[in-house]
Ligand binder design. Structure first.
Ligand code: ADP
Ligand code: MG
Length: 388
């Protein structure tokens, strides 16, 4: 069977190594990094390669620029990476590798880490443009993909480079894959999946997949409203997707057929009060799970041997509506024997200031990539091209 070769399974030394890194962090209004988990996760790969005498050149994106945008410069990441790597390394930002003095690359030392400026500043990147890929490939002898969060995207720096350079998986990618595989291939049971967030549309295939393998699927957040509405509950003015009512019914039936239990909220928070879902006052909007739902979901989570969570259970950005999300987090850390995995950009933001995160088995850096990894049984474009 074809498989990925990781950097610690092959002798890579004294080479120029292009590392696709995951530096796509969230920034606050003043441009400071909110959560540096993604940068931190790339440190082992960078150190490992440098310690073997390689010269590391990192490629990454930040945000979604279509052209050069100073607000999305990787400068802020370079500063943080420097702190994480410590004084044994010098980290340098290359503001435009196409015009950079050739000597910068020729004279690079293994204790010097170069970071190319936000690769999405070049529109060719997103188009997986072969000519642009060639220009990137000239900088390295070897390609290492250590960006799990971009594994579902086909771009020059995720897929293109593998056509021109010997290619390997990085340590963070290895770690993500090992953890996620354990949840879907022969998981310890019961397997409890919690899915929340705004829209069914984003999570449909993820839920569908688990409708075949999970013992319980606990639904929360805005997408629970669509499930409730599809079951004939009057959710008043709550956010839901009328176009996906049928889809929601299909999912409920599919799960039932496969012996997987989909649980829906039994109550919801509206304007600081909670009501059973079939008694939401006229004009009311459910913005969080209610106490009975939290109790019910916590009980199920406590029985889990494997737990996968993606998506907040309410409008957590407003402190009045983060109780459901907090309750799920606490229920998970109260069950330390279970293998637990949490992913999703907003989900990580919702738990970022919490104590007890160390009790989570694995916090995935992939939002969309984690969902697609599960849906497609690991067959993501940037991972497939690493398999030999
Ligand atoms: P993730 O990024 O973790 O995958 P999503 O992007 O799917 O999560 O969903 C997160 C968003 O869903 C948040 O902005 C949150 O406020 C919103 N949300 C969750 N529940 C509700 C709700 N009941 N009503 C409105 N918005 C909600
Ligand atoms: Mg999100």
């Amino acid at each position: 069977m074809l498989k990925i070769t990781y950097i610690d399974e092959n002798d890579i030394s004294h080479k120029r190594v292009l590392v696709r890194a995951d530096f796509d962090v969230s920034l606050d209004d003043s441009g400071q990094i909110i959560d540096d988990l993604r940068i931190e996760r790339n440190v082992p790969t960078i150190k490992y390669l440098a310690q073997n005498g390689n010269k590391v050149i990192c490629i990454a994106k930040l945000g979604r620029p279509r052209q050069r945008d100073p607000k999305l410069s990787l400068g802020v990441v370079v500063k943080r990476l420097q702190e994480l790597l410590g004084t044994a390394f010098t980290v340098k930002l290359i503001s435009d590798f196409l015009t950079e003095d050739k000597n910068t690359f020729d004279n690079q030392k293994p204790d010097e880490v170069l970071v190319l400026e936000n690769i999405r500043f070049y529109p060719e990147e997103k188009q997986n443009d072969p000519e642009f890929t060639k220009k990137l490939a000239l900088l390295g002898d070897v390609f290492v993909n250590d960006s799990f969060a971009m594994a579902h995207r086909t771009e020059c720096s995720t897929v293109g480079l593998t056509t021109l350079l010997p290619s390997y998986g990085g340590l963070s990618v290895k770690n993500e894959i090992e953890h996620l595989e354990k949840c879907v291939k022969d998981p310890k049971r019961p397997l409890v999946v919690i899915v929340g967030g705004a829209k069914i549309k984003d999570k449909i295939n993820f839920i569908k997949k688990f409708a075949h393998i999970a013992d319980f699927i606990l639904v929360g957040g805005g997408l629970a409203n669509t499930f409730l509405a599809s079951s004939g509950v009057n959710i008043q003015e709550s956010l839901y997707e009328p176009e996906n009512l049928e889809l929601a019914q299909d999912l409920l039936q599919e799960a039932q057929k496969n012996g997987s239990k989909i649980l829906l909220p039994v109550d919801g928070a509206v304007n600081g009060h909670s009501y059973p879902v079939d008694q939401i006052p006229a004009g009311g909007k459910i913005l969080d799970a209610g106490p009975e739902t939290m109790k019910l979901y916590a009980q199920v989570i406590h029985t889990g041997k494997t737990i996968v969570w993606n998506g907040p259970l309410g409008l957590f950005e407003n402190p009045d509506y983060r109780k459901g999300t907090d309750a799920v987090f606490h229920a998970i850390i109260e069950n330390p024997d279970a293998r637990s995995i949490i992913g999703g950009g907003d989900t990580l933001a919702a738990i970022s200031d919490k104590t007890g995160s160390e009790k989570i088995t694995h916090i995935s850096t992939g939002g969309g990539a984690m969902l697609e990894f599960i849906e497609k049984e690991g067959k993501l474009p940037a991972l497939e091209v690493l398999k030999k």
